[in-house]
Ligand binder design. Structure first.
Ligand code: ZN
Length: 77
């Protein structure tokens, strides 16, 4: 499929991506998300089903599958 950006000649390819989202005051990380990623500009498309699944995971209280190190680029006050 052609990239949705008019000026981009790229094509979407199937990939698995990682997203970090805020859940209240904390950040949760979701990996192995199926997505279409443009091979030129990196634009990412999710199916409506995947967006629903991400939204459900953002609300989940289930125990996480693992933990990740968290680093901050900028010093916060
Ligand atoms: Zn593109």
């Amino acid at each position: 499929m052609r990239c949705s950006s008019a000026s981009c000649p790229g094509e979407y390819e199937q990939h698995e991506v990682v997203r970090a989202v805020r859940q209240g005051s904390r950040i949760i990380v979701i990996e192995h998300i199926p997505a279409e990623v443009c091979n030129v500009c990196g634009d990412v498309l999710f199916t409506p089903e995947t967006i629903e699944r991400l939204e459900a995971l953002r609300q989940t209280t289930a125990p996480p599958a693992g933990s990740v190190p968290l680093y901050k680029c900028a010093e916060s006050a």
